[in-house]
Write a protein that binds this ligand. Structure first.
Ligand SMILES: N[C@@H](CCC(=O)N[C@@H](CS)C(=O)NCC(=O)O)C(=O)O
Length: 222
């Protein structure tokens, strides 16, 4: 059975959401955030100290977008995977990685320099610059999402989970009020899915059962 190490609403939520959408059995191990400080034994599972960490037999993975890709392919055939023979295969991989490499990355800088660093090390300039950078990058999706419900292949895929998490994370940063119209509608579409609701409920339930704070990682204050 697949084991997922997870902090509430951290990037590992991508993997949890995938598992719920796919209906695959899994064991969820909740960690306090940041595990690097709060649960140092986690370094034995992931020397980076970051979540997600996913174990599947002898396979161990720590990159959320790669794990989404892995699960979609591992449990294929599923509508969440896009096959190489499909016209949107390249678009699928591009959006899947865009979600993390292009969208979540600038948010990390905002979180760090507006919230996580001690007062004296915070930097409004970094936070403002990377907020603008994130919003400008996000806006590039507006034309496509004005004409399509999903990012590629005209269906909900792992690429939507990857980009969808960046939108969830933007909400925690209070940036959702600056979503353009088609992106706001897309976020509504994604967050009203049963699979999304089940993933949210699972992390809440397991945080309670495992004695971990239910405060989402992005809202954690040092
Ligand atoms: N590129 C990695 C980034 C993983 C990552 O940085 N996760 C954050 C949570 S959102 C983390 O664990 N941060 C805690 C730390 O850096 O100590 C991925 O997409 O999975």
């Amino acid at each position: 059975v697949i084991t997922l190490y997870h902090c509430v609403s951290a990037r590992s939520f991508r993997v949890l959401w995938m598992l719920e959408e796919l209906g695959v059995p899994y064991e969820l191990k909740m960690l306090p955030f940041p595990p690097r400080v709060q649960q140092r034994s986690f370094f034995e599972v992931n020397p980076l100290g970051t979540v997600p960490a996913m174990l599947d037999g002898d396979t161990r993975m720590t990159e959320s977008a790669a794990i989404c890709q892995y699960l979609a392919q591992r449990f294929a055939p599923t509508t969440m995977n896009v096959e190489p023979a499909e016209a949107d295969f390249g678009a699928y991989l591009n959006y899947l990685h865009f979600g993390e490499a292009t969208l979540t990355f600038p948010q990390t800088l905002v979180l760090r320099y507006a919230r996580f660093e001690p007062e004296a090390r915070r930097s409004p300039q970094v936070a403002d610059d990377y907020t603008k950078w994130f919003l400008a990058r996000l806006r590039t999706l507006e034309p496509h999402l004005s004409a399509h419900d999903y990012l590629c292949a005209d269906r909900f895929t792992a690429a939507d989970v990857s980009v969808g998490y960046a939108l969830l994370s933007a909400r925690h940063l209070g940036l959702h009020t600056r979503f353009t119209a088609a992106i706001a509608a897309y976020w509504q579409r994604l967050s009203s899915r049963d699979g999304y609701g089940r993933a949210m409920a699972a992390q809440d339930r397991q945080a309670g059962a495992q004695g971990v704070s239910p405060v989402p990682a992005p809202d954690t204050t040092p």
